[in-house]
Write a protein that binds this ligand. Structure first.
Ligand code: ADP
Ligand code: ZN
Length: 678
């Protein structure tokens, strides 16, 4: 069968993502390959598809048990014989895998790295007839990385013993890690290397100055109610308080950090993987095992530690390619915190230098004056045009020449022996005679009172941007006193100009919540109905929603409204097996909703009640057969829903009047909750 047919029939994709085709061709041709692709780039397909084309079984090694089990489930749903051997197996599962392997039916065998240490593994694989070894998260072989897995060191040996090609995949790009992977996995049998771009064009990038962080995060989440998201926090305690605040605001939210019991962490991961619309508030401990393609947003309540960490964390959003959004909050305290973390760490000096540089790169991005994506990709060595999908492309920054102000600030720092923090330096610039100023005789300085053109808040923004541009750094030896860096010297000497953002100097207000709907106003109700059906199916089958169909697939269904199974088969993500299993179910939803949009709904279009109407509609779809799904089908006419949406003061009695006794009994409670939440 040709490749394109497999792509279509098994995986339900019309075309390859950038880079996939070449990799699939090389792997299927039996060449050794190393592919570096960004998270969400579609690595799995690059070994799953060749596995179908090759004779024999493809052995997949991955460090993440949950992820392996998910992939196996996804493959089986698509009609592919796959199995996993991990410590999480039941005996029955293991027996079934061995049986399929013995019968030569298995196309993909996922094994956990620790299995490689067992003497039984090699003979078993030799008997089974291995076609290919695929290694996911190949950077785990690197001893210097933080994800090092000693068992990965055995993979090279396995490859030589079996004498088969190996395909390695990772999202980690740096040259040293790459060289190490090649050395350890391939040795003299050099692989063909594929380096895919780092851009994730569907992810919207935004930074905001932290002014009321809790409210900023709550607003951001509120504008995306019902969508799955992650909030990253700098401390464990904060994950708990923020998760509580989100829950109190009516979101479904939980916290996650490394201090929790392993079992509790596992539960949170499983919930997130499975539930549609859960928010996880977490430290960076959350992420490695997360393979959920439909995370719609990632927010940072605190600044990440480096540009790499930032890229990896936001990269968890929107793997399915549908629009996703991010927001990163930062302020002077974050900068100080991250700097001192590096300075107080135990790493050798050259390592600390490198860490400061990585933090600087992130701060440069936070304080960027033009397109964030171009700045981010520039760091990874890629050229890019203004992207049109970041906050600075949405609203260009107002920039001013800050050279004079910066020189004043530097001068204040130098003339006071680089021993003071921003607060005191600003007092000097503003000419404030505080006790500290008097005690130190700082009112006599030539810089005293030279900065009265700006107020305190504006000076704070200048100092923050100076830290962001790494012109000054808090010195841990001097209790955080700000010292000038080499970078600042040319500015002080008048050899270099510096521009800064004015809008962050003026009222440092956020840009306000920005919501991009997945579909247009007229398709929203159908999308809700499709999601409701998906949820019902996923709950019944006990699998994550996206295993049935991803958001992207549902969006396409809502927009193109296929009316026949043939038309349905053309939707991205609908392969032959899924078409057979779920086609009719979703067709029924489309058919049910594809009467033209009700005029009652159109009247509400663009108004708050429009969204309300859709939520009522969704609740109604979910309860169509009662709370346990066995009742008599029931629904309310659209004009009744429209009246409910516009009810001024919702209470039970008013609802009963509009809905009638019978309908109020089924839908009243759910509707009331929605109305009160809105
Ligand atoms: P990663 O590179 O992070 O391992 P995955 O292999 O999990 O990425 O793929 C990410 C998402 O992209 C999945 O939801 C997958 O179904 C989807 N995907 C992969 N290849 C294609 C394609 N050619 N067309 C459309 N969607 C694709
Ligand atoms: Zn941009």
């Amino acid at each position: 069968m040709p490749v394109a047919t497999h792509l279509r029939d098994v995986f339900g994709f019309d075309s390859f993502r950038p880079g996939q085709e070449e990799i699939v061709a090389a792997v299927a041709a039996g060449r050794n390959t190393l592919a570096i692709m960004p998270t969400g780039g579609g690595k799995s397909l690059c070994f799953q598809l060749p596995a179908l084309l090759l004779d024999g079984v493809t052995v997949v090694i991955s460090p993440l048990i949950a992820l392996m089990r998910d992939q196996v489930r996804g493959l089986r749903e698509a009609g592919v014989e796959a199995g996993a051997l991990t410590s999480g197996n039941t005996q029955d599962e293991t027996d079934a895998v061995h049986e399929a392997l013995g019968a030569g039916r298995l196309k993909l065998l996922y094994i956990a790295p620790e299995r490689l240490a067992s003497g039984a593994t090699l003979p078993m694989l030799k008997r089974a007839g291995v076609a290919l070894i695929a290694v996911d998260e190949a950077h785990c072989v690197s001893q210097w990385g933080h994800d090092f897995r000693p068992d990965y060191l055995k993979i090279g040996e396995l490859r030589r013993a079996l004498g088969v090609p190996l395909a390695a995949f990772t999202a980690t790009a740096d040259a040293e890690t790459r060289a190490e992977i090649i050395e350890r996995l391939f040795g003299a049998d050099r692989p063909e290397v594929f380096l895919r771009g780092f851009d994730r064009p569907n992810i919207h990038l935004a930074f905001s100055i932290k002014d009321s962080p809790r409210k900023q995060i709550l607003d951001f989440a509120e504008a995306r109610r019902g969508q799955s998201g992650i909030v990253y926090c700098g401390t464990r305690a904060k994950t708990e308080t923020l998760a509580r605040a989100l829950s109190e605001a009516g979101h479904s939210a939980c916290h996650y950090h490394g201090g929790m019991e392993a079992e509790d962490r596992r539960i949170a991961e499983a919930r997130f993987q499975r539930e549609d619309g859960l928010i996880v508030v977490a430290t960076v401990a959350f992420g490695m095992g997360i393979d959920k393609p439909d995370i719609r947003w990632v927010a940072h309540a605190d600044l990440p530690k480096s540009i790499e960490a930032y890229y990896q964390e936001i990269g968890r959003a929107g793997r399915d390619g549908a629009p996703a959004e991010t927001l990163t909050l930062f302020g002077p305290d974050d900068i100080r915190f991250r700097r001192s973390q590096i300075d107080e760490g135990l790493a050798p000096p050259e390592r600390r230098m490198a860490d400061h540089a990585r933090l600087n790169a992130l701060l440069g991005l936070a304080e960027a004056l033009d397109c964030r994506r171009a700045t981010l990709l520039g760091y990874f060595g890629e050229d890019a045009q203004a992207c049109g999908n970041c906050d600075l492309c949405d609203r260009p920054a107002e920039v001013f020449d800050a050279t004079t102000s910066v020189r004043m600030a530097l001068s204040a720092a130098l003339r006071t022996g680089e021993r003071f923090g921003a607060g005191h330096l600003i007092d000097i610039l503003l000419g404030q005679e505080t006790d500290k100023v008097r005690q130190n005789g700082h009112a006599e300085l030539p810089t005293f009172g030279v900065g009265k053109d700006y107020d305190r808040r504006q000076w704070q923004a200048i100092f923050r941007q100076m830290m962001g541009h790494d012109l000054i750094r808090p010195d841990p030896e001097r209790h955080g006193g700000l010292t000038m860096t080499e970078r600042a010297r040319p500015i002080l000497r008048g050899e270099q100009q510096i521009r800064m953002r004015r809008d962050t100097i003026r009222a440092a207000k956020g840009t306000g919540p920005r919501v991009k709907a997945l579909v247009g106003e007229e398709d929203a109700p159908l999308l809700s109905a499709l999601k409701a059906r998906r949820r019902a199916l996923s709950e019944a089958a006990g699998v994550p929603a996206y295993i049935i169909f991803t958001d992207r697939t549902l969006v396409e269904m809502a927009q193109t409204r296929p009316m026949t199974l043939d038309a349905m088969a053309h939707i991205t993500g609908v392969g032959a097996k899924k078409l057979a299993t779920y086609g009719r179910e979703f067709l029924a939803v489309v058919a049910g909703a594809s009467a033209p949009v009700h005029p009652q709904r159109l009247k509400l279009a663009g108004r708050d009640q429009g969204g309300l109407f859709d939520r009522l509609m969704q609740a109604q779809t979910e309860l169509a057969r009662g709370p346990d799904g066995t009742g008599k089908p029931m629904s309310c006419p659209a004009n009744v829903l429209a009246r409910v949406a516009t009810l001024g003061s919702p209470d039970e009695a008013a609802l009963r009047r509009v809905l009638g006794e019978r309908h109020a009994e089924r839908f009243g409670g759910a509707f009331l909750e929605i109305l009160r939440d809105s």
